[in-house]
Design a protein around this ligand. Structure first.
Ligand SMILES: [Zn+2]
Length: 219
């Protein structure tokens, strides 16, 4: 791949992890609506990720789409389609991270807890250290919470081989969802590129996820 903004932001991240401030916080003045660096980032909402800082993004550079997990959800796809076709971005960066809360529950467990299952309430309380207060009601939406595939682990568990693999699975699932969406072109003159990363919240460093590769196992 030719040198890209993503490569530049990776270089910035090395400096950030080394303690340098890469994002300029001052008001830059009047700017165009189109992101200046033609980049869109999908990242987890985790409070320990400051996306502008860790990539050295400047105000006006990029769209930043955040949700629980940095999941390529229906809404993230909606944003990426608008970002690309109407606002001219052509590089997508996906960022998951170590110690993500999405490793610590399953969709079924959270739904059961919200609906009033006592065992689920207890497990969720133990996992989060917060008394889980069930609403004791069923709801049709959200249809999915997109908790990561694989056996659950304690909240905020440090990185290890297994949870890094689970994070990589979900990054690849997101990359695949972007690369195979019919409204996000990946060939021809209007093509977008996608690269995926895991951010280590303990070191400040980004690590690239290889693609293609495994996207999960129920075993
Ligand atoms: Zn997270």
């Amino acid at each position: 791949m030719a040198s890209s903004m993503t490569d530049q932001y990776l270089a910035n991240n090395k400096q950030y992890a080394g303690g340098q401030a890469m994002h300029k916080p001052s008001y830059p003045g009047k700017q165009r609506i189109q992101p200046a660096k033609r980049v869109a980032v999908v990242a987890c909402m985790d409070a320990r990720l400051d996306v502008e800082d860790l990539l050295g993004l400047q105000t006006g550079d990029a769209h930043i789409i955040r949700n629980a997990g940095g999941v390529v959800s229906d809404d993230a796809i909606r944003c990426l389609i608008i970002s690309h076709h109407l606002l001219d971005t052509n590089e997508v960066i996906l960022i998951h991270h170590t110690r993500c809360g999405m490793l610590a529950f399953t969709d079924d467990l959270l739904k059961a807890g919200l609906e009033g299952d006592a065992a689920a309430e207890k497990l969720l309380g133990q996992a989060t250290g917060r008394a889980f207060a069930s609403c004791k009601k069923c709801a049709a939406t959200p249809a999915q919470f997109h908790a990561f595939r694989g056996p659950i682990e304690p909240l905020d568990a440090p990185r290890d081989t297994k949870n890094m693999e689970r994070l990589a699975w979900d990054v690849r699932r997101g990359m695949s969802a972007v690369l195979n969406h019919p409204w996000l072109p990946t060939s021809g003159p209007d093509a977008i590129t996608v690269r995926g990363f895991i951010y280590d919240v303990d070191t400040g460093k980004l690590e690239e996820v290889s693609y293609p590769g495994p996207m999960g196992s129920i075993g």
